[in-house]
Design a protein around this ligand. Structure first.
Ligand code: ADP
Length: 354
């Protein structure tokens, strides 16, 4: 006997005679077919209907050719149908983001690759905002090459801690600053941290610093590239905006695109692009030379729906004063680069308020 035929028959065997609206199939708990012999187990809590159900089953099954029909009853309630396994709720990787305590606006300064002047921009942006009268912090999160302490003349500053083990940032030029460089035993200690250690170090860094209560801006100097640190940062801390630093060469601009895409992915607004080493003003004739060729930064900024926050010329004094630990905006405020940095700071504030 075919299973389908038996099932159809049980389905059609309605039980109206005893005043219910279901069929034998609805009571079926087990079914076995052996040639023309059929075994069924029916759910029936009350013995009152056993005879009726047995007769009904025999009758309908024999009508389709069953020879022996064995009927058993069970009073066990039907097993609760297991609900289909639900996919785990989609975890939003950003839902655990926390604000860095004591800080009104957090700005990350990033670059696609090293050597484009990211730290120079971060430090001078911090100094420019300080100069404008804001309370500013600077966090050097460039674990691989922390140059912040040198550029702020803070290499020998001591980091102390609060009784509850929060790091107290020393001040340099009125800027509260913290760098992994200040915590290392010596400047030559290589910092090659990966994965979990880096993650722990960064989250500790972000949240275990006591910035006090009234920081208007915290500038975070990221390591170059679009790797773990940036993504960790995007997932752990609320960053109000990112500034991407580049030089005008095409190769650097490829990294800018990657940087913008990464910040979009981690849902950090890109405030804009800073083009560093844009041109060189010849001291002999005062003429500006675009020594890396015509810049395409503005085009790329438009293409990616962001803006060029400013262009900084190459000026040997930028590097010289950086080595002395004084940001150019403080050391030589009438220089072209210092003016460019002040303008960039203003643009950053405007973008943050938009
Ligand atoms: P990054 O953080 O991208 O690795 P840095 O800010 O450390 O780059 O800059 C690399 C070097 O270039 C430093 O010695 C710095 O002083 C110098 N530099 C950066 N910007 C300029 C500039 N506009 N003019 C002259 N030197 C610069």
């Amino acid at each position: 006997m075919a299973l389908q035929g038996v099932m159809d028959t049980l389905k059609n065997a309605n039980l109206e005679e005893i005043g219910v609206s279901f069929s034998l199939a609805d009571l079926l708990r087990d079914l076995r077919i052996d040639g023309n012999n059929v075994y069924i187990k029916l759910f029936s809590p009350s013995e009152k209907y056993h005879d009726y159900l047995k007769e009904k089953a025999e009758k309908v099954l024999k009508s389709i050719g069953a020879e022996q029909v064995e009927v058993e009853f069970t009073s066990e309630p039907p097993k609760q149908q297991q609900p289909p396994p639900q996919p785990p709720p989609q975890q939003n990787p950003f839902e655990n983001r926390r604000r860095i305590p004591g800080v009104k606006k957090v700005i990350a300064v990033a670059s696609g690759k090293g050597g484009v002047g990211k730290s120079t921009v971060a430090v001078n942006l911090a100094a420019a905002l300080k100069k404008m009268g804001y309370e500013v912090g600077y966090l050097d999160a460039d674990m691989y090459g922390p140059s912040g302490p040198t550029m702020l003349g803070a290499k020998d500053k001591q980091v102390t801690a609060t009784p509850d083990n929060k790091l107290i940032p020393p001040e340099a030029h009125g800027i509260k600053m913290m760098s992994i460089g200040l915590l290392l035993p010596s400047e030559d200690t290589p910092v090659i941290w990966r994965g979990p250690v880096l993650f722990k170090a960064l989250s500790q860094f972000l949240f275990d610093i006591n910035w006090g209560e009234g920081l208007d801006f915290l500038i975070i100097d990221l390591p170059p590239g679009t790797g773990d640190v940036q993504i960790t940062l995007g997932q752990t801390a609320e960053i109000d905006g990112a500034v991407i630093v580049t030089t005008p060469q095409d190769v650097a601009l490829i990294d800018v695109k990657k940087g913008i895409q990464m910040f979009n992915e981690v849902q950090i607004p890109v405030l804009g692009i800073v083009e560093n080493m844009s041109y060189f003003v010849c001291p002999d004739n005062g003429k500006a030379y675009e020594i890396f060729g015509k810049s395409k930064t503005e085009e790329i900024a438009k293409q990616y729906n962001t803006e060029l926050l400013g262009k900084i010329p190459i000026e040997p004094k930028v590097a010289e004063f950086a080595d002395l630990g004084i940001p150019i905006v403080l050391a030589k405020e009438d220089s072209n680069s210092a003016k460019a940095f002040m303008e960039i700071a203003q643009n950053v504030i405007r973008k943050l308020s938009e």
